[in-house]
Design a protein around this ligand. Sequence first.
Ligand code: FRU
Length: 489
Amino acid sequence: MAKEAFEKLFDKAAIDAKVRKGFPLRHRWHNDFHLEMPFGLVNDPNGLSWFAGKYHIFFQWNPLGVEHRHKCWGHVETEDFVHYRLPALALWPSDMHDKDGCYSGGGFVEDDALRLVYTCNCRDGKKRIPMQRIASWQPEKGIVQKDAIIIEHEPSGYTAHFRDPNRFLKDGREFLVLGAQTVEEKGRAVLYEKKAGAWQLAGEIKTDLPDFGYMWECPTFLPLAEGDVLLFSPQGLEAEEYRWQNLYQSGYIAGKFDADSLEFQHGAFHELDQGFDFYAPQAFLHEGRAILFGWMGMPDLEEEYPTREEGWLFSLTMPRELRLSDGRLFYAPLEEMKALRKGEARKFTAARTVEFGQMIAQKSEIELEILLGDAQQVHIDLAYIGAGEYVRFSYQRRTSVMTIERHGMKCGGRGVRRFRLAVRDSLKLHIYKDKTAIEVFFQDGAEAASFFVFSTQDIVPNFVISADRKLDKIEGSFWELGGFEWNER
Ligand code: FRU
């Protein structure tokens, strides 16, 4: 395709103007404190970084339709994760290298510039030719300038499923980690190291997971003070009763990585999220915080999302802070999210009861602690009464299993997710309910779950707690939440 043809297809001025017209987002299924676009398909967060006083959030975006095609990078920036500059098109296919998509990658600051690194997707018939390219953010123009191709093809022993470069520093050395597939069709994370100005193949991260899915996507390496963490999204794990229940997974291993031998001594792979709609997250470090965004969505299941008929698909999660303790990550909504609260907390409490209801708002934050007393089973419902649709969190003490159920939903995904959750006497949930996006933190962030609920009714669900025997005590705080503020570019 000639240069002009790309420019016609990805007409930045026209696309940006259409985005401006789309804000504020109007459809009742659109969320107010999750990053979404008025049209097109959003997937992985990309290039997460802090540069020149602002956080930069890029993301995979097809501005031309709701299919996984025409992948570009959209961009927003913010100082506080609540006030944003309107999104705009930042990077798009423009030459033979990335003609079939500007795929995922990371961001980092170098020589006072924000550098980005991404996968150029190029197909020649059935063949893929993945190349990795460095690029730079041009703040004045609000676009990404493409620089050199730094890795021209996959290394030998790997297939063309070789993508999603992300840079990290370890022991003063500079690495790129990429998602890869061996010719035996096993997922891997492969490293390149920058030596004398050039990126050289270092080899794969040696883990205890030689046979763990057929492809690993979107790796992030976090050298935290408490230990090293590798986040990645393996494809091809088979669902089990209490784990790996989504079509594709996202999780982490934590331990100690040796930059000389490339050996990673690590604990078990643990999923980052227990919800229905979470994939391909990315995290970055800034001023001692590890901040993660996930893609709220799932590849290859677009038909489960009714917004497709309305011309848009998917969101990013809220930003989440990661903390490593005893080899496990703990999650918390970013402190800045407190600014979404409208007014003071409304406290609620009840004692010795089997059922309790509390009024909430369309956009709510609920902090809940339940002292279980004699109860063996407790349900926490968001019930769209009348429609017969509800979301139910059920905890069963005997098995230590938390179940999330989307029941009776007439639009969108349904079904059940189950996971183990250690609870003694007190069950804790921290719930963020946006218009259709819900994020829940369990037991002070030991687990989290992100998912959508598309009720047929435009109503605020009833929030009801019930149990099989008397609960000792229910204590909670509820806030009505506002949404993001969007400023002109
Ligand atoms: C993950 C992913 C990445 C790829 C991108 C393309 O969702 O498949 O591996 O770079 O999406 O949009």
